[in-house]
Design a protein around this ligand. Sequence first.
Ligand SMILES: NC(=O)c1ccc[n+]([C@@H]2O[C@H](COP(=O)([O-])OP(=O)(O)OC[C@H]3O[C@@H](n4cnc5c(N)ncnc54)[C@H](O)[C@@H]3O)[C@@H](O)[C@H]2O)c1
Length: 315
Amino acid sequence: MNVLVTGGAGFIGRWVVKKLLDGKHRVWVIDDFSNGSEENIAEFLQNDDFRGLVVAGVEDSKAVNELFYKNKFDVCIHAAAQINVQESIDFPQKSFDSNILGTFNVLEAARKTNCKVVVIGTCMVYDLSSGTPISEKHEFKALSPYAASKIAAEAMAEAYFHSFGLPVVILRPFNTFGPFQKSNMEGGVVSIFVQRKLNGETIEIFGSGNQTRDLLFVEDCAEFIVEAAFSEKAVGQVLNAGTGKDISINDLAFLIVKDKSRVRHVKHHHPQAEINKLVCDYSKAKKVLGWKPKTKLEEGLAKTEQWLKQQKVKK
Ligand SMILES: NC(=O)c1ccc[n+]([C@@H]2O[C@H](COP(=O)([O-])OP(=O)(O)OC[C@H]3O[C@@H](n4cnc5c(N)ncnc54)[C@H](O)[C@@H]3O)[C@@H](O)[C@H]2O)c1
């Protein structure tokens, strides 16, 4: 298959690219490097099946159209997005341009060239939950411009499925972690905590730390995305992916540093955009795709730590 991965030079995107190349698919990437880098995909550039890298924003309709018209893609895995919640509060225009306009451009180009689209959504679209696992039927709440932009992107994709019969799949991974995730505010909680541990620094927790996350290892996430991309049964469906187990941020910090004196609580930057309890019901993905996560949290943490250590040595 010919597959375009938008945001393919980012954290999840590069693992999706790897999985596709391992499966002998031909891969193209469009990424503006706003939060990804060529370094993330350097190991794939010499692979004969890696067919092209376009450095451009998906909000640039000319670049997106040219790419779709020039190559005959069977599937576009649309992972490009502005992902930082705080940045979306500070600069909502960026969320609008990248996540809403960008998704519209991808859908339009896919419609004109008859290409299936897999939209990578997020669990951050969901409303607060009492603690029961969140299924795809759970209500939405736009707690931040980031969440709002992802809801809008999904809605537009759904409209293209119903209005034009465009084959569309919407995926909502829960918090994903692992090697290649940034360990600054553009990254994720696991990488940030592990990096601070390696630096000998105190781990800072925003707010009470009682908020919980369902942490999905990135290779499981990439497998979920690629399986959904090639599944006929997934077309027109929305699918969650997570582990079905959550951990509080306090417990996560302790699991990483194993020393309470190396953890402190600080004022939350955006308490209004915080979701307190996030645990995934992935039974639909299991039923539709036969997918389930394979990596235990401790195993994923060890792989993340090992990778971050290697990055330190490289510097
Ligand atoms: N990391 C998570 O926990 C998580 C969980 C659920 C969903 N997601 C979703 O998965 C996708 C990938 O997230 P990630 O964690 O890998 O983030 P990331 O920032 O590492 O990856 C996004 C990539 O898209 C690129 N990009 C951003 N704006 C762009 C634009 N306008 N045009 C072209 N490229 C652009 C960035 O440079 C980056 O390489 C996003 O859609 C995100 O919403 C992430």
